[in-house]
Design a protein around this ligand. Sequence first.
Ligand code: PEP
Ligand code: MN
Length: 356
Amino acid sequence: MVIVVKKDAPGEAIAGLVKQVEDVGGQAFVSRGAERTIIGLVGDADLFAGLGFRSNRWVEKVVRISSSHKLVSREHHESASEVRVGNAVFGDGRITLIAGPCAVETYEQTLAAAWMARAAGAQVLRGGAYKPRTSPYAFQGLGERGLEILAEAGRQTGLPTVTEVITPSDVALVVRHADMLQVGARNMQNFALLQAVGESGLPVLLKRGLSATIDEWLMAAEYIAQRGSLNIVLCERGIRTYETRTRNTLDIAAVPVLRQASHLPVVVDPSHSGGDRSLVLPLARAALAAGADGLIVDVHPEPETALCDGPQALQASEMAMLKATVAELGEVLGRLRDLDAAPDLAGAQRGVPLPV
Ligand code: PEP
Ligand code: MN
């Protein structure tokens, strides 16, 4: 059961509802989104029958949820949710682009990639400081220095930032530098990490696990929501199949399936799914046509020197083609955002200024 609380409900009203639930032996999980607060109830529905939630003036509605993922379910939220990252919005019906280097390697490389992202109309800058590499001998990321560089690139370009966090103990540090936390495919079922990012107060980009079903992925999102945050964007990044010609198999059907099952925005990563820059545009087109709220794309000023995922990174000319594609499709689909609007610097104020 989920209680949808009215927009203007004061904190005491929410606390009062939680207390009512706990007093009869139930559990209540409060999750806050950009537009609404909901309370997920755990316990036998009979426990709550006489509590009069429906007549409480602060309750918008009470919904019985049949699916196993409750807080992220579409059943209590007919419209899509909006998730805000700085001044960027996911889920408002228009296309939102995240772009940046796979990994933060140097100050110069990150700044160059950030300007390429911005020139192509990106609303959010990506860049990994902690890289979850398959081989322990591969470049593992710059760590805290990488966070500082990314935050500086965000400040200079006016773009809010998203970066991956791979361990719960790093969450507090990453929160100081980034505007959105990324949970990568390899950590989609790291439940301690999901709980920590759910408590962080920052929006979360949750990538699909390498071999995760859509239901497992939604349950991972439920872990985050249960810890207080509905500001979750799901990212389809391809799954492991028997096919070897692509790095992963982009599950395009996941986009409409998620749209039916959940109110959370969905973006697609055509870079990590195809694993090859020649596939990024076709996969991006497919994703947008299928209804994705946005894309997350790797860019690099010199892909041939990249320390991570160079073959899939777009260069400036290819970013211009991506921008044209987003503009064309956005027009046709009636979902175009102004790709040349200067981002507002107020959206990227995190982190300490970097001495350069
Ligand atoms: C990434 O986006 O940098 C990344 C590591 O992707 P994934 O977790 O999808 O493999
Ligand atoms: Mn990568």
